[in-house]
Ligand binder design. Sequence first.
Ligand code: FMN
Length: 460
Amino acid sequence: MSTSDELHTTGRTSVTETTEPGAATTEGPAAAAVLGAGVGALALGLATTVSEASTTVSGWFDLYSRVGPLSGKTIFAVAVWLIVRRRRTALHRGWSVLADPGPPLVGVAQVQVAAEHPAGAGDHTDPQHQAEHHPAHPDSGHHPDHLLGFTVPHAAVAAPSMHNTQPWRFKMHGNLIEVFVDTSRALPAEDPDGRNMRIAAGAAVFNLRVAAAHLGLHTWYDLTPDPDVPDLAARVVVETSAGADTELWSLYREIPRRHTNRGPAAAAEISVPARTALLRAAVTEGAELTWLDDRHAEAVLDLVREADLRGVGEWSKTAERRHWIGGTRVDDGIPSMALGPRSANYPGPVRDMAAVPWDRQRPAARFEEHPVLLALCTETDTPADQITAGMALERVLLTGTRHGLAASFLNQPLEYDDLRARVQRETGKPGYAHMLIRLVHARNQPPTPRRTIADVLGDT
Ligand SMILES: Cc1cc2nc3c(=O)[nH]c(=O)nc-3n(C[C@H](O)[C@H](O)[C@H](O)COP(=O)(O)O)c2cc1C
């Protein structure tokens, strides 16, 4: 479990599923072509030399005498080149799968980058320029410094947050990044203690670490490092002297693919390797994930019903939701299109976030009767634990995305202390529940909007 006086390193987990970042550097179409041509030329040279030395060998290559002995050698060289090229193509394909950063991060097209890199003619603040001239590549620590000020905040803001409030702010001082909870984006009715803000900040810290690893950088972090500055969620130190954590590195491509999915899905078994990877993801970050069997999931759905009933008539919560949810959204909040259909069965396995009348009229669909529900918990419940829960949440979500899974959340019972304790009891373990996660096999949920990077950097 994390405590505020420990310094954490992201380089401590073992490598099981990926290629070393450095191993990818020699791959790629250019490397394949150069190597293939080199081997072909070598073969041609050898063939020429040997056939000069031996008339027997020369005869072997004289495959088509009317154009002379060289044609045979050329055929041989081309054959060698083709064989080598085929092997390099296979390597290159493997490399592409591992290194593909996925779709662009949300909001990339709109942003202005860090203040220390002011705008200039077609310069480094232009994301198009960045993508073309400095593509983020998980190769090494050898990257232009300004990529840190670009890749890292973009990844951080893609994190999930309650009602998509994006309650975070970043200060970048060279290789030190401070992550703050932005209390101006609080939800006083639904999140009076700021727990959900800290979970969101933790998720952003996790993405930030993943992005640094993507650049070949190692990260250290300290949670709630200064008791006099309670909004300071984490300090993250980025350094080149140690190698990147390869597991973090491998999750980078999942960041823009992860989206909350509130749609219905066919009930389907989640494979043992996927389950194991998810449980391990939570533990690696200092939290615990509990798979609820049908009986306990049913009991949790009863608590969801109870929380929904309590919520009727809590007008301050309704007003807050109306502010953040529904319609077309430009930079924050949940757009109507992300709500999914209403559940025809109640209580459905998906929280109906609709706040305005027209969203409540949207079409209904039948959802799975026996949802896959998981509880994400920590042993204790300090602010640092809540940030830890956020990091664990994002690690679980990105790991799930890699396995073709998408999540939505049934957190309404967790918004009442007594119901939260009863959810925890259903896990059969001591501790504090932070998130109730429903998993489905799904992809291709459209992204929700994000604020620009300029909005989240610095003091304002
Ligand atoms: C702490 C926290 C609590 C959340 N609670 C809920 C919830 O109860 N129901 C829900 O449908 N989504 C919930 N979400 C998901 C957010 O609505 C979602 O992350 C946000 O709208 C951004 O969309 P995205 O996840 O697709 O990027 C929660 C997210 C976080 C981080």
